[in-house]
Design a protein around this ligand. Structure first.
Ligand code: ADP
Ligand code: ASP
Ligand code: MG
Length: 411
């Protein structure tokens, strides 16, 4: 079998953890498998590099940010390879560029467009364990790019797809995917399985445990992901295609995201092309706009509110300031102290009343809803960031997610 194993930052955060991971990788190899390992930077290295950067400048060019951030993974691949070598196995560490992980040109949130199999296949045929740097690739100009925070998961799934691997295991610091972040709700339950679509929503809505692009890629190429703990051998959560819609839970999980900022545009003319003008300018700078609400028109004037990632706020405000006169926006405001709280479940589409239960749970906690958006399998609300965790706990309880669900145990 060909096995891809990805180990996150906490799993390789200390020297003894690196040695423990090496042992696990070598055990997998000695069971007769070919093994490709993907690793993240050690512990909080990426955050520390960012901190260091902001001590030098407030205005880093994105190309140079990628050059800096990609170094974290280079440390962990070399150290893990040394530890594997100590255990007597042939091993090679490879950067994204050496593997031939090609990405587009969007520095700091690049998307993988192609992976070269040749080098990896040659090294595997030579009996090597491969240790590949997660989170990084190269663009057409051979410049280093990174895939966005948490992007090593996506490297692992992309390698699994390119090599047609039998298994893609994501090892992390929790036992699998839970009904919500177990750090916020200790009663959260581990799910045995979850569908790609539900996991994709949860990941997009802030459940850190998998990078959204990794789930997208796994769904496209039909790769089951096994999320499990690097600290024990318990079975984790299998992320895969839905097998029986009948079994779908109404609500599978609750997620929250504090990387959110809300922008309000006031007294905007109500005529065709205005929304296009505004959001085209943001898209041109690769800013992802999430929720958009246009309030009811009065006297040919609208208000438009939207959310972006907090890290994109500064750039967004620069763009709004630039287009303000051209679009005839009278004034604008922003709020960084907001968070998005969401419920996700494939069974929602056939069960009326889920939204009202959600709003009831939040009302009972006196939590005000600033924006609401829905899709077939999720409902999201923007709330004050100080109330986000309280909201998650209230929703987890309201939908009885702390109790064993018949659908999960028989799936
Ligand atoms: P790694 O460094 O291994 O990539 P991350 O910190 O990126 O690990 O992701 C694991 C963390 O995700 C967990 O420690 C947990 O606090 C958080 N998390 C958020 N939502 C969930 C969820 N629904 N299930 C499991 N973990 C979650
Ligand atoms: N080291 C990167 C980060 O901290 C990538 C990852 O961990 O997946 O975001
Ligand atoms: Mg992660």
């Amino acid at each position: 079998m060909l096995v891809i194993q990805k180990f996150g930052g906490s799993s390789v955060g200390k020297p003894e953890r690196i040695r423990r991971v090496a042992k696990r990788v070598v055990d997998t190899k000695r069971q007769g498998n070919d093994v490709v390992v993907v690793v993240s930077a050690m512990g909080d290295t990426t955050d520390e590099l960012l901190e260091l950067m902001y001590k030098v400048t407030d205005n880093p060019p994105k190309r140079e940010m990628d050059m800096l951030l990609s170094t974290g993974e280079q440390i962990s691949i070399s150290l893990l390879s040394m530890a594997i070598n100590d255990l007597g196995e042939k091993v090679k560490s490879l950067t994204g560029a050496q593997v031939g992980i090609r990405t587009d040109n969007v520095h700091t949130k690049a998307r993988i467009v192609d992976v070269d199999r040749d080098r990896m296949q040659k090294e595997l045929a030579g009996g090597n364990i491969l240790v590949v740097a997660g989170f990084q690739g190269i663009n057409d100009a051979n410049d280093i790019t990174t895939l966005g925070r948490g992007g090593s998961d996506t490297t692992a799934v992309a390698l699994a797809a390119a090599l047609n691997a039998d298994v893609c295991e994501i090892f992390t610091d929790v036992d699998g995917v839970y009904t919500t972040d177990p750090r916020v709700v200790p009663e959260a339950r581990k799910l045995n399985t979850i569908t790609y679509d539900e996991m994709l929503e949860l990941a997009h809505l802030g459940a850190q445990v998998l990078h959204p692009r990794s789930v997208e890629c796994a769904k496209i190429y039909g790769i089951p992901i096994h999320v499990r703990s690097s600290f024990n051998h318990n079975p984790g959560t299998l992320v895969k295609e839905v097998e029986n819609m009948e079994k779908a839970m109404v609500v599978t999980g609750v997620a929250h995201d504090i990387n959110v900022a809300r922008i309000g545009l006031f007294d905007v003319p109500d005529k065709p092309g205005i929304a296009w003008q505004i959001f085209r300018s943001l898209a041109g700078e690769n800013i992802n706009v999430d929720m958009i609400i246009q309030s009811a028109m009065r006297d040919d004037i609208n208000d438009i509110s939207f959310t972006v990632g907090r890290t994109d706020l500064r750039k967004t405000l620069e763009i709004v300031e630039k287009i303000k006169d051209e679009v005839n926006i009278k004034s604008y405001s922003h709020d960084e102290d907001v968070a998005k709280v969401s419920i996700v479940g494939a069974g929602m589409v056939t069960n009326p009343g889920v939204a009202s239960l959600m709003f009831e749970a939040l009302a009972q906690e006196s939590i005000n809803l600033e924006m609401i958006s829905t899709s077939e399998i999720k409902i999201s609300c923007i709330v004050k960031s100080t109330q986000a965790e309280k909201a998650v706990r209230a929703l987890h309880k309201k939908f009885n997610l702390d109790q064993e669900q018949p659908c999960d145990c028989c799936s």
